[in-house]
Design a binder for this molecule. Structure first.
Ligand SMILES: N[C@@H](CCC(=O)N[C@@H](CS)C(=O)NCC(=O)O)C(=O)O
Length: 283
């Protein structure tokens, strides 16, 4: 083996990589196999997994149900992304980008597909008229933060999380680069929350629901085992918000849906009825 540092070839070609994601992802889109998606009894059919992007949607649905919006009843089908379920023909029809979460709304004719978690939050907030202020300036501020999250979380997940936790080797430059960016983002949130109870002001909105599953999990110490490394406890205003959102019963329910890891009492791999949560309390 040569000691020379790796040089990129003229034209990149694909070789299967190691690591958790390297063995699943390919440089092309489209389905790898034929399989239709299951359809349950409720108007909303969610195809997802309990990762932060998945939790955004299940938390919003549980919040809507808590407000008495029965039209938000949903079936949450598990898509095992580690096993390639996102590449089935049925899933690709709902989301050509092969990423969870993806939603079908069967309450309208013809049924509507919604993909990209930010688009799903906006769709549901507009459909049910909650968690998105009507006032134009407040609505704009909410969308500022929703788009902030959609643009920022890939630096936390695909950047910091990937190189700190998933990559088959520890690359100093990559970890330093994304640790710096993640801490800068935590400081953005901390400064905003120093003057505001919630992310977009005094109302709990889809901005909180989008941001909490990523940065809240990091703040509580449960994400990537990086709480000490990133000194997340030092962001005090952010920590106050993390705990306040964490205490909401709908958040506690939503974060368990389509989850297949951690404590057994935290895992509801599929959700087809509100009573499905009852079985978890015995675990
Ligand atoms: N921008 C997308 C990102 C979705 C995403 O990255 N989903 C991940 C899980 S958190 C996924 O499905 N990964 C499977 C893969 O990359 O093959 C969204 O917000 O919905």
């Amino acid at each position: 083996m040569s000691d020379k540092p790796w040089q990129p070839p003229k034209v990149w070609t694909w070789e299967k990589q190691g690591g958790t994601w390297g063995s699943i992802n390919r440089p092309v889109a489209g389905p790898t196999h034929e399989r239709t998606l299951p359809v349950g009894k409720h108007p909303l059919q969610l195809y997802s997994m309990g990762t932060p992007n998945g939790q955004k949607v299940t938390i919003l649905l549980e919040e809507l149900l808590a407000l008495g919006e029965t039209g938000a009843e949903y079936d949450a089908h598990l898509i095992r992304i580690g096993e390639g379920d996102q590449f089935s023909s049925g899933f690709v029809e709902v989301n050509p980008n092969s990423k969870i979460p993806a939603l079908m709304d069967h309450s309208v004719n013809p049924p509507v597909r919604v993909f990209e978690s930010g688009a799903i939050l906006l769709y549901l907030a507009e459909k049910f008229g909650h968690f998105l202020p009507k006032d134009h300036a407040k609505r704009t501020e909410t969308l500022n933060w929703l788009f902030w999250l959609q643009g920022s979380a890939p630096y936390l997940g695909g950047g910091f999380g990937h190189f700190w936790h998933y990559a088959p080797e520890k690359i100093e430059y990559a970890i330093n680069r994304f640790a710096m960016e993640t801490k800068r983002q935590l400081d953005v949130l901390d400064r905003q929350l120093a003057d505001h109870r919630y992310i977009a002001g005094d109302e709990y909105t889809i901005a909180d629901i989008a941001i909490w599953p990523w940065y809240g999990a990091l703040g509580l110490g449960g994400m990537y085992d990086a709480a000490e490394f990133l000194d997340v406890a030092s962001y005090q205003h952010f920590q106050r918000w993390v705990r306040e959102v964490n205490d909401r019963p709908a958040v506690q329910r939503g974060r368990k849906v389509n989850r297949t890891w951690g404590d057994a009492s935290e895992q509801l791999p599929e959700r087809h009825d509100a009573s499905d949560f009852d079985a978890l309390s015995d675990k």
